[in-house]
Design a protein around this ligand. Structure first.
Ligand code: G6P
Length: 362
């Protein structure tokens, strides 16, 4: 049928969408760059951000995880206070809002009911909103004051991959644009860094055999798996765990490296897979010592590190990218690990049980 044609030679949409990520990055660069090589953004969006005193990111699932990375960039690059909230929680447990909040809804589909209900509510309160979505004309796009499109192309697999990296890329440009508008000196060329990240992603999607071997070694028979990281790597661990849960049904959790000893380490047994991400120089030593702690308790450990921070024995070494863009590259091996784990365990990769691509009920 028609859908098989779209899939081309790929066995699954998910694998196709993982592979499309470098091209999506380039498409985003094209769409968000003007003739002078500067970031092209609607001036009304720039104004909405500059008039607000705090950003509230609202999202669900994978989009929420992209929001966490977005907060990191908006605070570190643009110095704008930013909170990230799970839509379904925000609805009935609203935090104390600042005087002039701007709400940023992140949603691949633009149709998620939990996010929409927050939008309806904050509009009643008279607050302004911006939606980041892959679907122009979607409900969240139509009902918000402003829209930024992800330009990731249709995402068919239930487990989100290219939308996540597209969300992070667009958020990085938003952060950089905001910083520039505030007169903050950056010290790096954001477009150049994004295109370097695209190249790095290209290298990683060509290393599928490595990821397949790790998936077979670590994940073919296990009942559980832990991902650990610090700072932005922790946020990627949350997404890595979600991907694995969604499609391979392995119970997986992402933990902050330093928090492991405060409880979770009790779960480590002989052979428990623990996968660490290490892309940040300032926590490279501490995450490695966290990994040693679990290894000494029998964990089957694996580390994915950034070139320059790596040890010779690290299982996966990521090409070096700008410190704020590391999630774009560290997530790629995680997506592929989840994919091959699901494949080895005979799961339906594109249509996992109990899940829907877009959840339009609260
Ligand atoms: C569903 C999907 C997830 C997705 C979440 C948010 O639960 O299964 O993959 O991350 O909705 O979707 P959205 O379209 O709002 O990004």
């Amino acid at each position: 049928d028609a859908s098989d044609i779209e899939k081309g030679t790929y066995p699954h949409y998910m694998l196709k969408e993982v592979d499309e990520q470098p091209a999506v990055m380039r498409k985003i660069i094209m769409e968000y760059q003007n003739e002078d090589g500067d970031i092209k953004l609607d001036s009304s969006i720039r104004e909405a951000i500059s008039e607000s005193d705090r950003l509230y990111i609202i999202a669900c699932g994978t989009s929420y995880h992209a929001g966490l990375v977005g907060k990191q960039m908006l605070e570190k690059i643009a110095e704008v206070p930013t909170e990230v909230h799970i839509a379904s929680e925000f609805s009935y447990n609203m935090p104390l809002l600042s005087k002039n909040p701007l709400f940023i809804f992140i949603s691949q589909s633009g149709e998620t009911a939990d996010s929409r209900s927050v939008l309806v509510h904050i509009k009643k309160l008279g607050h302004r909103s911006l939606t980041l979505t892959n679907v122009g004309g979607s409900t969240l796009s139509r009902e918000a004051d402003h829209t930024l499109l992800l330009h990731a192309g249709p995402e068919i697999a239930v487990a989100s991959t290219k939308a996540y990296t597209a969300q992070i890329a667009v958020l990085s440009l938003l952060a950089v644009d905001t910083a520039k508008a505030k007169g903050i000196t950056l010290g790096f060329d954001p477009i150049q860094e994004l295109s370097l990240a695209a190249q790095a992603m290209e290298v990683l999607v060509d290393q599928k055999d490595i990821m397949e071997n790790i998936a077979r070694d670590y994940l073919a028979v296990t009942r559980n798996c832990f991902f650990i990281g610090r700072g932005v790597d922790y946020y990627v661990c949350l997404e890595a765990a979600l991907k694995l849960k969604e499609i391979s049904y392995i119970q997986a959790e992402g933990f902050a490296g330093g928090e492991l000893k405060h409880g979770t380490i009790a779960l480590i047994e002989e052979g428990t897979p623990v996968i660490a991400i290490a892309t940040q120089a300032h926590v490279n030593g501490s995450i490695r010592s966290n990994l040693k702690e679990v290894a000494s308790r029998g964990a089957h450990t694996c580390i994915i590190s950034m070139d320059g921070l790596n040890d010779a024995s690290d299982q996966i070494v990521l090409p070096e990218v700008h410190e704020y863009l590391t999630p774009l590259v560290s997530v790629v091996p995680m997506q592929l690990l989840a994919y091959y784990a699901a494949l080895h365990r005979g799961c339906d990769v594109d249509k996992p049980r109990n899940l829907a691509k877009s959840v339009t009920v609260e």
